[in-house]
Design a protein around this ligand. Structure first.
Ligand SMILES: Nc1nc2c(c(=O)[nH]1)N[C@H]1C(S)=C(S)[C@@H](COP(=O)(O)OP(=O)(O)OC[C@H]3O[C@@H](n4cnc5c(=O)[nH]c(N)nc54)[C@H](O)[C@@H]3O)O[C@H]1N2
Ligand SMILES: Nc1nc2c(c(=O)[nH]1)N[C@H]1C(S)=C(S)[C@@H](COP(=O)(O)OP(=O)(O)OC[C@H]3O[C@@H](n4cnc5c(=O)[nH]c(N)nc54)[C@H](O)[C@@H]3O)O[C@H]1N2
Ligand code: SF4
Ligand SMILES: [Mo]
Length: 754
C-alpha cells in the first residue's frame, strides 16, 4: 500500500508515539535497508520546537530489537511457533467465537493498554473490534486517570472535559504528585517541560511541588513540601479550609455558574490546618501560607497527576484540586486551568447524561458489583471475573498493547488469572510477561511503516496542535498495522470481508458519534464522505472524516480555512490551531443544569472513607508507605529490552531516606524484603536523602526474569515487580482506579551483599 520511492537516506518529520507530549521528531532513515540513521527533535514542530527526550530513541531500538516479534505466533505446549497471518486470524476468531457461542458475550474480556492510546490505528480500530466482539473492556485508564475522568464527569458533566494548566501564562503552579521533568507531563500535554517551567520562573512565576520525594521537578521548584503518601486530599481540605476561614474565596464570574459553595464550606470545616498537619506531615503554617499565596497570585493553577490520582483517595484529591481552582476564580481563565477545544472529537468518551443522570454506575460488575464509568470497568474487575466461576465467568481474553502482568495492582493475582484463561489473543510486539500466556500473538509492524496522527491526546494539550506523519520505511509483504490487525480480526469474527466490514463499521460509528461532528455536511452518506478521502490510506480516510466534520474541520469546503487531512499532509511538521482559550464556560458545561457541581455526592461520600482511614491510623508517621517512580529512559514496562535505553547501572532499586535505612540497619546495595497485604518482593536498597521519612520509592514495569518470555536484555536485569505489593482491594473507591501510591508496607533486612 505504501508508495514511498526507494532512495538513499531521507529525513522526514514524525510524531513521537511514546508519551502525551507528542513531540515532533525528524527521522533520518535509509528506506532501502530499513536502517534508521538518526532521530532528532523537529525544530518546525509547532509545540515541541526541536525538543526531544531520550525515549524517542526507542523508535530505532524497537526497530532493531532482535526479540521483537515479526510473525504471528501460535502456542504449542510451553513453546510458540510461527504461523501465517491467515491461520493466525482464523484461529484467533474461532477461539473467541467458540467462547461467545457457548457463554455469550459475558465470557469475553478485552484489556487495552497505554500505547494503544498513542496509536491512531488502535484508537480507530478498537470501536470496530468492540462492534464485532462486545466484551467487558478494561483499559490502562483505570490504572492511571479514572479519578480525573470521574471528577470531570461529575463536576462538568463530561469525562472528556479535562482542565489543563495554562503553563505558558500562569503566575503560580501548585503541583501535586507529578514529575514532569521526567515524565514530560501528563494531562498537561506540553512538550519541553524544562523550558516551560524555566520560563515560568523567569517571568516571576512560582512553582510549588508537593511530593513525598524531592523529585527532579521539586529540585527546580521555588518551594517543596514533603507530604505523607496518600494524604493529598487532607492537605487540599486544609488549604480550602483556610480559604474560607480567611475570606479568600473569590470565584469571580464562576460564582454564578457553580453550585455548592456553601456545602463545600461545611464539608471542609473539620479540616483546619492544625488538624491535617500531623496527618500530612506539612506544617500548619505552611498550609495556611500556601492557601494565601495561591489566592494572592494574579493567576494560579493547582494540578494533580499520577501521584495524587493513583492512590486510595485519588478522586478526592482531583476533585479538591479542581475546587481550589474554582474557588480562587482560576478555572477557565488565562493563567489558570483551561479546557482545550480539541479538533478531533473525543468520541471514545462521548457519554451524555440521560434524564439528569450521569453515565456512572449504570452497569455493575458481576462479582463485586463495581460500578462502571460509562461502559468502562476498572482493571481489577477483569481479574476477579476470570477467577470466579459461575455464569458470566470470563474465559477468553484479548489484550492489545498492554502488559497487565507488570502494570496492574496485585500482580500475583493477575498472573494467576492469566494462567487460568481458556483462550487468549494478544496484539503486541513482544513475547513478554503478559503475552506469554496467549494462545496467539499478533504482532503489528513497526511504527515507521505506518502513518500516525494526533488523536485522543489533543483532548488535553496545552497548545492545540495537530500532526500527521506519513510512513517513513516501506513495508514488506506480510506486515500489518494495528488498524489492519484489529479490523482484520473483527471482520473474521463477523464472517465478513475486511473492506466490507470497515465500510459497514464506519457507517454505524459516524452515526453513533454524530453529535460530535458539527461540520458534517447534511444529507451526504458516510460512504460518499469517505470516498472524498479516497486518495488517502484506509485508516486515514476515517480520520479525515473526523477532522473535516469536527469542530475545526473544513466541512468539505463549507468552512474555508478549516482543517482536513490534505492540509495536515501539506504541513508535515504539524499545524498550530492556537493557544487553548479561556471563557469556554458555561457553554462547555454538560451537567443537566449547566452549572459546575462543586459537591458531587459520589465524591463527597468518600470523605467518610477518608475519616475511617484516618481513624485506622493509615497516616501514622511510623507507617512505611510505598510510592512510584519513573525514569527518563524507561516507559512503563516495555522499553527494557532496548539497549540504548536500558544500559547503565541497575535502576530497579528501593530508595530510602538514610535515617530510615540506618534505623533498619541497611546501607547502599543491601537487600530488603518489602511486604504488603498482598505480596512481597526482595530488592536492592539505595539511600537517597530526597526521600521523605518512612517512604520507600520503587519504579514500576520491572521484573523480566520469566524464562517463558523472549526479552534477552531485560531478562538479564536484576529487578522486581513492585505491583506484587500494590493492593487491588485498596483502590480509589469512587472510580475504582488502582492505588500505586501510599501502599502500607513493612521492610525487613533480607540479606547483605558482599
Ligand atoms: N520517562 C518516562 N516518562 C513517562 C512515563 C514513563 O514510564 N517514563 N510514563 C508515561 C505515563 S503512562 C504517564 S501516566 C505519565 C505520568 O506522569 P506524572 O503524572 O508526572 O507521574 P510520575 O512521573 O510518576 O510522578 C509522580 C510523582 O508523584 C509522587 N508521589 C507518589 N505518591 C504521592 C502522593 O501520595 N502524593 C503526592 N503528592 N505525590 C506522590 C512521586 O514521588 C512522583 O514524583 O508519565 C508518562 N511519561
Ligand atoms: N506501580 C505502578 N504501576 C503502574 C504505574 C505506576 O506509576 N506505578 N503507572 C500506571 C500507568 S500511568 C500506566 S499508563 C500503566 C501502563 O500499563 P499497560 O498499558 O498495561 O502496560 P505498558 O507497560 O504500557 O505495556 C505496553 C504493552 O504494549 C506493547 N506495545 C507498545 N507499543 C505498541 C503498539 O504500537 N501496538 C501494540 N499492539 N502494542 C504495543 C508493549 O510491547 C507492551 O507489551 O501502568 C500503570 N502501572
Ligand atoms: S517527551 Fe520524549 S517520549 Fe514524549 S513525545 Fe517527546 S520525545 Fe517522545
Ligand atoms: Mo499512564
Amino acid at each position: 500500500m505504501s508508495q514511498i520511492a526507494v532512495m538513499p537516506e531521507i529525513t522526514r518529520p514524525r510524531l513521537c508515539p511514546f508519551c502525551e507530549s507528542s513531540c515532533g521528531l525528524l527521522v533520518k532513515a535509509d528506506p532501502a535497508s530499513g536502517e534508521i540513521i538518526s532521530i532528532k527533535g523537529d525544530p518546525d514542530h509547532p509545540a515541541s520546537r526541536g525538543f526531544v527526550c531520550a525515549k524517542s530513541q526507542g523508535l530505532r531500538g524497537l526497530r532493531d530489537d532482535p526479540d521483537r516479534i515479526t510473525k504471528p505466533l501460535l502456542r504449542r505446549g510451553s513453546d510458540f511457533v510461527e504461523i501465517s497471518w491467515d491461520e493466525a486470524l482464523t484461529r484467533a476468531a474461532e477461539g473467541l467465537n467458540r467462547i461467545r457461542a457457548r457463554d455469550g458475550i459475558a465470557g469475553l474480556g478485552i484489556y487495552l493498554g497505554n500505547p494503544g492510546a498513542h496509536n491512531a490505528g488502535v484508537m480507530l480500530g478498537m470501536p470496530a473490534l468492540l462492534g464485532a466482539m462486545p466484551a467487558l473492556m478494561v483499559s490502562a485508564a483505570s490504572i492511571d486517570s479514572f479519578p480525573r475522568f470521574l471528577v470531570s464527569l461529575m463536576m462538568y458533566g463530561n469525562q472528556a472535559r479535562i482542565p489543563v494548566p495554562d503553563i505558558e501564562r500562569t503566575d503560580f503552579i501548585l503541583m501535586l504528585g507529578a514529575n514532569p521533568m521526567v515524565s514530560n507531563g501528563s494531562m498537561m500535554g506540553a512538550p519541553d517541560m524544562p523550558r516551560r517551567l524555566k520560563a515560568l520562573r523567569e517571568r516571576g512565576g512560582k512553582l510549588v511541588v508537593v511530593d513525598p520525594r524531592r523529585s527532579e521537578t521539586a529540585a527546580i521548584a521555588d518551594q517543596y513540601l514533603a507530604l505523607r503518601p496518600g494524604s493529598d486530599a487532607l492537605l487540599l481540605l486544609g488549604i480550602i479550609h483556610t480559604l474560607f476561614a480567611e475570606q479568600l474565596v473569590k470565584p469571580g464570574r464562576l460564582a454564578s455558574i457553580s453550585r455548592g459553595v456553601e456545602q463545600l464550606q461545611v464539608l471542609v470545616a473539620d479540616y483546619a490546618p492544625s488538624r491535617v498537619a500531623d496527618l500530612t506531615g506539612v506544617a500548619a503554617e505552611d498550609i495556611r501560607q500556601l492557601a494565601r499565596d495561591f489566592a494572592a497570585a494574579p493567576s494560579a493553577v493547582a494540578y494533580g497527576r499520577v501521584g495524587a490520582c493513583c492512590q486510595r483517595f485519588g478522586s478526592l484529591a482531583i476533585w479538591l484540586v479542581d475546587c481550589l481552582n474554582v474557588l480562587t476564580g482560576n478555572l477557565d481563565r488565562a493563567g489558570g486551568a483551561l479546557f482545550p477545544a480539541p479538533a478531533v472529537p473525543g468520541y471514545l468518551m462521548h457519554l451524555p447524561f440521560e434524564n439528569g443522570e450521569a453515565p456512572y454506575g449504570k452497569l455493575h460488575s458481576r462479582v463485586s458489583g463495581t460500578p462502571a464509568i460509562g461502559v468502562s470497568f476498572p482493571t481489577q474487575v477483569l481479574w476477579e471475573e476470570i477467577e470466579t466461576p459461575g455464569p458470566g465467568q470470563i474465559r477468553g481474553l484479548l489484550t492489545v498493547a498492554g502488559n497487565p502482568a507488570l502494570s496492574n495492582a496485585n500482580a500475583g493475582r493477575v498472573l494467576g488469572a492469566l494462567g487460568q484463561l481458556e483462550f487468549m489473543v494478544s496484539v503486541d510486539y513482544y513475547l513478554n510477561e503478559t503475552t506469554r500466556h496467549a494462545d496467539i500473538i499478533l504482532p503489528p509492524m513497526e511504527h515507521l511503516k505506518r502513518p500516525e496522527m494526533t488523536l485522543i491526546y489533543n483532548e488535553w494539550m496545552v497548545e492545540n496542535t495537530l500532526t500527521h506523519s506519513a510512513a517513513i520505511l516501506p513495508r514488506s509483504a506480510g506486515e500489518f498495522s494495528d488498524w489492519e490487525i484489529l479490523t482484520g480480526l473483527a471482520a473474521r469474527l463477523s464472517g465478513m470481508e475486511r473492506t466490507d466490514f470497515v465500510r459497514e463499521h464506519a457507517r454505524g460509528f459516524v452515526e453513533y458519534i454524530a453529535p460530535l461532528l458539527p461540520r458534517r455536511p447534511a444529507g451526504v452518506a458516510v460512504d460518499d464522505l469517505l470516498a472524498a478521502s479516497g486518495h488517502h490510506e484506509e485508516v486515514e480516510q476515517l480520520y479525515d472524516l473526523l477532522l473535516r466534520c469536527g469542530p475545526c474541520g473544513d466541512g468539505y469546503g463549507a468552512v474555508p480555512g478549516g482543517i482536513s487531512l490534505d492540509m495536515l499532509k501539506a504541513n508535515p511538521s504539524g499545524v498550530n490551531l492556537g493557544a487553548v482559550q479561556e471563557d469556554r464556560l458555561p457553554a462547555a458545561l454538560d451537567t443537566p443544569d449547566g452549572m459546575i457541581d462543586l459537591v458531587p455526592p459520589v465524591l463527597v461520600a468518600d470523605l467518610a472513607g477518608l475519616e475511617e482511614e484516618v481513624a485506622a491510623g493509615r497516616f501514622h508517621p511510623d507507617q512505611f508507605m510505598l510510592i512510584n517512580r519513573r525514569h527518563p529512559r524507561s516507559n512503563n514496562s516495555w522499553m527494557h529490552n532496548i539497549h540504548a535505553l536500558v544500559k547503565g547501572p541497575e535502576r530497579c532499586l528501593a530508595w530510602l531516606n538514610p535515617v530510615d535505612a540506618s534505623e533498619l540497619g541497611v546501607g547502599d546495595g543491601d537487600r530488603v524484603r518489602i511486604n504488603s497485604r498482598v505480596g512481597a518482593i526482595d530488592i536492592t536498597v539505595e539511600l537517597n536523602p530526597a526521600m521523605a521519612r518512612r517512604v520507600v520509592s520503587v519504579p514500576h514495569g520491572w521484573s523480566h526474569g520469566d524464562p517463558a518470555t523472549r526479552l534477552q536484555l531485560a531478562q538479564a536485569r536484576d529487578s522486581a515487580n513492585v505491583n506484587m505489593l500494590s493492593d487491588d482491594a485498596d483502590h480509589d473507591r469512587p472510580s475504582g482506579n488502582a492505588a500505586f501510591n501510599g501502599v502500607p508496607v513493612t521492610l525487613a533486612v533480607c540479606r547483605t551483599q558482599g
